[in-house]
Design a protein around this ligand. Structure first.
Ligand code: RIB
Ligand code: CA
Length: 320
C-alpha cells in the first residue's frame, strides 16, 4: 500500500479520550497536524485510569505539545450502566507511567464534556464535525441519548475499539474500550452515523519495534524522548502477553486515518455489540464474511501500512 501520500482537507474534530500512553501519542499527532485536523476540543472519559487522572493527563499532553490553549473537558466518570473497569496493569497507576511528568498548569474547561459535544454539533454546520473516540464510548453514547438530534449532524465517528480476528484483549471475547461500556457502544453502532473502526485487527499490526522507537529518540526532542519512554513502559505488557516485538500503538491509528486514509484498508460490514452475555460481553460481532443479512453499519479496518504509519507519525512528532 506504499504510494504517494494523499491527504484529506482539514477536518474539525473532537478527540474523546482516556489517556493512556497511546491516547497521548494520538493527541500529539493531531496537535502536530493543523493542516489536516482542527481540534475543537478534547473530551476526557474514565477508562484506562479513573477520570481525575484522564482529565489531568490530557492537559499534560497538550502542554507537552506547547498547545495550552487547547480546550480540555471533563466527562463521564463511569460507564452508562456498569461499574468502571480500568487498565492500570497496562498503563501504570498514573495512566502515563514511564517518564516523570509535571502536573499541568492549564485550566480545565468548566463545561461538561457531554454538553460540549452536544453544543458543538448543534452549532457547527451539519456534517462538518468528526468525533474521534479513543476510549470507552460513554461520553458519546450519553450525548446521543441526551440529544438524539445530533446523530444526523455528525460527519463521521472514527474510533479505536473492537476486534474480530484478533479477538479480545481484556476478556477472551472483548476489546477494552468496548468492554468497559458496551451499552454506549451499542448506542453508537445503532445510531446510523457513519462509523469507521480501528480494531485490534489493525492496531496489532502497528507495533513499536526497536527501530521505530529508536526513530522517536533520534528526533532528539522532549516529545520524541517522552514518546519513547511511554512506549518502553507501555510495551512491556504486550510483549510479555503476545510475545510480540513491540506494543500496538492503538489510538494514533484513528488520527493517522484522518491524515492519510490510504494507510488503511477494510470492509463495510455489520458490527453488533454483545450487551447481554457475561461470557462475551462487549464483543464486536463483526460480520466480516457477510454471513448475515444485517445491514452494513461500519467500515471495519483490517490492515495498515505500518511503515507508512510510523513514517507519518515520526515526521509529525518531529514538528513539536
Ligand atoms: O484496547 C486498546 C484501547 O484501550 C486503547 O484505546 C487503549 O488506550 C485503551 O483505552
Ligand atoms: Ca485509549
Amino acid at each position: 500500500m506504499q504510494g504517494q501520500m494523499t491527504t484529506n482537507p482539514i477536518r474539525k474534530i473532537i478527540i474523546d479520550t482516556d489517556p493512556g500512553q497511546d491516547d497521548a501519542v494520538a493527541i500529539l499527532l493531531a496537535l502536530a497536524s493543523p493542516e489536516n485536523v482542527d481540534v475543537l476540543g478534547i473530551t476526557t472519559v474514565a477508562g484506562n485510569v479513573p477520570l481525575p487522572l484522564t482529565k489531568k493527563n490530557a492537559r499534560i499532553v497538550c502542554e507537552l505539545a506547547k498547545r495550552p490553549e487547547t480546550k480540555v473537558f471533563s466527562g463521564c466518570d463511569r460507564p452508562m450502566q456498569r461499574p468502571l473497569v480500568t487498565a492500570e496493569h497496562v498503563h501504570g497507576k498514573t495512566g502515563l507511567d514511564g517518564p516523570v511528568m509535571q502536573d499541568p498548569t492549564m485550566a480545565l474547561q468548566h463545561q461538561h464534556a457531554v454538553d460540549f459535544i452536544i453544543e458543538t454539533l448543534r452549532q457547527e454546520p451539519s456534517g462538518t464535525v468528526t468525533l474521534c473516540p479513543l476510549g470507552p464510548l460513554t461520553n458519546i453514547g450519553t450525548a446521543l441519548q441526551q440529544a438524539p438530534d445530533i446523530a444526523d449532524r455528525v460527519q463521521e465517528i472514527v474510533l479505536m475499539g473492537g476486534a474480530y480476528f484478533e479477538v479480545g484483549n481484556i476478556t477472551p471475547a472483548a476489546e477494552f474500550n468496548i468492554y468497559v461500556d458496551p451499552e454506549a457502544a451499542d448506542i453508537v453502532f445503532k445510531s446510523g452515523i457513519s462509523v469507521t473502526v480501528m480494531p485490534l485487527d489493525t492496531t496489532h499490526k502497528a507495533l513499536t519495534t526497536k527501530p521505530r522507537v529508536d526513530a522517536f529518540r533520534a528526533l532528539n526532542t522532549q516529545v520524541g524522548n517522552m514518546v519513547a519512554e511511554w512506549t518502553d513502559f507501555f510495551e512491556r505488557f504486550d510483549k510479555e502477553k503476545y510475545g510480540s516485538n513491540g506494543a500496538p500503538l492503538h489510538d494514533p491509528c484513528v488520527i493517522a486515518y484522518l491524515i492519510q486514509p490510504d494507510l488503511f484498508s477494510g470492509r463495510m460490514i455489520n458490527v453488533a455489540i454483545e450487551t447481554q452475555s457475561e461470557l462475551t460481553l462487549g464483543m464486536t460481532v463483526a460480520d466480516w464474511w457477510g454471513v448475515t443479512d444485517r445491514p452494513a453499519n461500519a467500515m471495519f479496518m483490517g490492515d495498515i501500512d505500518a511503515d507508512g504509519f510510523f513514517n507519518l507519525l515520526t515526521e509529525r512528532l518531529g514538528r513539536l
